[in-house]
Design a protein around this ligand. Sequence first.
Ligand code: ASP
Length: 589
Amino acid sequence: MYRTHTCGELRISNAGQKVTLAGWVQKSRKLGGMTFIDLRDRYGITQLVVEADAPEALVEQATSLGREFVIQATGEVIERQSKNGRIPTGDIEVKLSEITILNKSVTPPFTIEDESDGGEDIRAKYRFLDLRRNPLKNALMLRHRIAHETRNYLNNLGFMEIETPYLIKSTPEGARDFVVPSRMNPGQFYALPQSPQTFKQLLMVAGYDRYFQIVRCFRDEDLRADRQPEFTQIDCEMSFVEQEDVLNTFEGLMRTLFKNVLNVDIANPIPRMSWYEAMDKYGSDKPDIRFGMTIHEITSSVKGHGFSVLEDAAYVGAIAVPGAASYSRKEIDALTEWVKRPQVGAKGLIYIKLNEDGSIKSSIDKFFTADDLAAIGEKVEAKKGDLILVMSGDNIRKVQTMLGVLRIEMGNRLGLRKSDEFAPLWVVDFPLLEWDDETQRFYAMHHPFTAPKPEQMDLFYSDRKEDLEKVCANAYDFVLNGTELGGGSIRIHNADLQKRMFNVLGISDEEAEYKFGFIIHAFQYGAPPHGGLAFGFDRVCALFGGSDSIRDYIAFPKNNQGRDVMIDSPSEIDQVQLDELQIDIRKQS
Ligand code: ASP
């Protein structure tokens, strides 16, 4: 037996026991003839001591231990002279009688402590060492906990966890596919799933009416802090359900996770907001409702004053920033530059200051009287001391989105986005389709398997773009503090309706048959009404851990270039492999 206890286990009640521990040497130091060793494993740290009067060979062995050596140590648990209240084993130490070196270690490239001296690149290269550090260990423990609670909750409701294949045919979720060449079928490729969407629907056809899977998904997208080329979803599907059933079931999951993992009670019921309201009031389909500062349309209030920018605009909107009338000219100029950055994309920013003393100052004083400006102030529900920020343009949603970005920025600046506050929200009633001017076609806002609302079938079968734009779906997103944590929809379960959907998306019958024949055919064999959703598991973990970066919650993540720098991947493959696959590489000169 390598060990009797872990390094996180011993307490004062174990005093007098003979124990054997195994773990990694975090550090060893000599103090007045005694040698102290901090022994670490994933459960904690225990202090080992070799006393000055111990046999010389033992003392010598103890002093020769390098950092990260793996040792087995036997001795007696004794009460410590100077206790360490910061660790659970801090009341005791183990007085050693024997040390066995199980393996040596070369000097690690950074210190393996909570505050490491290693930079990000080096830690990524030695991820297996970084994972020994508490912050990452705690993140993975949190991840495990959330997975476990999820399985428990869903299992209790009769959900079955069923694995679906990774080598599949493309499932369109709006991103590029990763593809895998097939040796046995030269010239043909599998695609890695962007999600198990079609398979979970086929499971519904097969009668497994409550399915879930904590599953890896693959999307070849440009990366950001909250995106990875491979990521994990809590993927779920249910049969014989309406939107209400799905929302209630998964509201329950989220409530259970918050309660059991964080001991936080979230809103009950979770509020719901239509996509239209979210866009109109928050300029975002994932509004952060921890604070107000909502967008107000003021288009009609600014017409007829001769200011051409506003005169010509199809939409004018504003937010009132509380207490920000004290912003200096310089600060407002800086804010104007900020909204002009390509990430926001505004042409400019109009301001109206409602000063504390009742006076009003604005960048449009030439065109508007104080009364006009006060009326605008009333419309946007601004108070004395507020700064009103106005944007305008021809594309309503675009202007609202810019105002939404500005709102979040002002929320950050004013400290209104408190990290200990959790404001969940269901965004519902999404439009089914999204028109793209560039390609002059509709795209599915969620995905092509999402059903139109039954009461809007006439519009869905209309040939007019204006009609199709009005069609909504029973699609829903779970949003928390301005982050989309999950989403799903009630699905199409009728072959003809699915065909119509592909047609609306500009996919011909032949193409639909080639790409999606399997699902259209399956729908002819008794497909039940069904719907579901998926949560971004990595995001849920990061959010629960209070972090913006999902990378810390993934054991072996990729960097921003999609590389795993530890195993140096992606990498070239040798000619033999290429020949087997019948693939020629065209090198770019
Ligand atoms: N497959 C969808 C996604 O990955 C989720 C769903 O509709 O259930 O976003």
